[in-house]
Design a protein around this ligand. Structure first.
Ligand SMILES: O=C(O)C(=O)c1ccccc1S
Ligand SMILES: [Mn+2]
Length: 258
């Protein structure tokens, strides 16, 4: 048997489960709301072209209107000033999009404090328990935030002082970008930076450091609670939008059962 035939046998036999980490993409999918004077992207909308009617008697289809950074999506290096000469989403090497994933669980801390920040000490503690973060792996930050997916207001969690959502500190962002050979950071929240990150130094440090070091962001993931701490393999499938800074993506995790 070949490796791939072993894999297909494991998939059909249930020894390997495919877990969908992608949030449903609909007009109610929350999108980031940056404060004035900054511009924001649009949410998804479907514009019917025909619906088994005179415009198309035997077919239905729609135009879709969306931002690149809507829903579960991939941030490419070219999205940020520090990575603007780097890969656009169509140039992200496919080999980096099928990769192992590890899970760093901060959900208990986030339940107490929605502004909780991942620090290097948390990553060092994780490594003391689970071994060094593997080169070529995605780091998935499990926060429990996807439980808010069906309530845009709760998901964005903003007040007069701005959004209150967890994420990496500036130090943790630099650590992830420079101390290990990871592929990128995946989160459950609307973006890879914490809600307060606009006021950090540098502003939005996860974007600044990760995308500036040819690493990627992955956002609005769900079902991270169904993944093992180590051992899952991620299949990340953004659209190859030519010149795009990111794209809505379908994200699957392959997880061995038993
Ligand atoms: O890349 C994103 O989707 C994202 O979260 C973002 C985009 C632009 C500015 C700030 C942020 S924080
Ligand atoms: Mn983005």
């Amino acid at each position: 048997m070949s490796t791939l035939s072993d894999l297909t046998a494991a998939l059909t036999g249930g020894a390997v489960e495919v877990i969908d980490l992608t949030a449903p993409l609909s007009p109610s999918t929350p999108v980031l709301q940056l404060p004035p004077p900054f511009a924001n992207t649009i949410p998804l909308s479907l514009e019917p072209v025909s619906d088994f009617d005179d415009a198309g008697p035997f077919w239905g289809w729609n135009n879709i209107h969306t931002g690149e950074h809507t829903g579960t999506h991939l941030d490419a290096p070219s999205h940020w000033a520090t990575g603007r000469d780097g890969a656009t989403v169509d140039k992200v090497p496919p080999a980096r999009l099928v990769a192992p994933a590890v899970v760093v669980d901060i959900s208990a801390q986030v339940a107490e404090n929605p502004d909780f920040l991942l620090e290097p000490e948390h990553l060092e503690k994780w490594e003391a328990e689970h071994g060094r973060l593997p080169d070529g792996a995605w780091v998935l930050l499990r926060s429990g935030w996807s439980a808010r997916n069906s309530d845009a207001k709760a998901f964005l969690n903003a007040d007069e002082n701005g959004p209150h959502t967890p994420g990496p500190s500036a130090d943790a962002s630099l650590w992830l970008a420079t101390e290990r050979g990871i592929v990128g950071l995946g989160v459950e929240t609307v973006g890879i930076d914490a809600g307060a990150a606009g006021g950090f130094t540098p502003p939005f440090p996860a974007h600044h450091h990760l995308l500036g070091h040819d690493k990627y962001g992955l956002t609005q993931l769900q079902n991270l609670d169904r993944l093992p701490v180590t051992g899952a393999v991620l299949v990340v499938a953004p659209l190859p939008i030519v010149g795009g800074t990111g794209s809505p993506a379908r994200v699957f995790a392959l997880v061995e059962q038993g």
